[in-house]
Write a protein that binds this ligand. Sequence first.
Ligand code: SF4
Length: 146
Amino acid sequence: MMLISGCLLGINCKYNGGNNLKPELLELLKKGRVIPICPEQLGGAPTPRVPCEIMGGNGFDVLKGKAKVINKVGEDLTSVFLKGAEEVLKIALDANISQAILKERSPSCGVLEIYDGNFSGNTINGIGVTAAILRQNGIKISSEEN
Ligand code: SF4
C-alpha cells in the first residue's frame, strides 16, 4: 500500500479545480494498492483555491517555523499546510505506509522542486511541506516524474 497525491489519480483537488491524472498511477488505485491524499484539502483549504508558494525556504523550513506558505494575494496559509501535512502523516502511520508518490513542484507535495515564492513561475531545488514531514518520518517519497 502506498500514498499517492490525489490529483495524480484524477481527483479534482488541484488549486484550479482540475487534476494531474497519470493513468499508470490510476491502475495502482484500481488494484487497491493506493490511498489517495490531498494535504491542502486535508488541511482545510477549499477547492478551487488561490495558489500558494513557500516563501523564505522549503518544506523543512516551514516545519521548523522558519519559512511561511503564502498565497498569491498575500494571505498566510502556513497553518493550513502544517495541518494537512500532519493529517497525511497520521494516515501514513496508522496504515503503516512506507512509500508515497507525490506531485512534483507543489508547495505541499513537491519532492525535488518547488516554486521560488515569488509567483514568477520559476522553480528552485526544494521540497514541499507534506513531502518533508513524510521524509522526516522515514517514509520513502518519489514524484510522478521519477
Ligand atoms: S496538495 Fe498535493 S495532492 Fe493536493 S492538489 Fe496539490 S499536489 Fe495535488
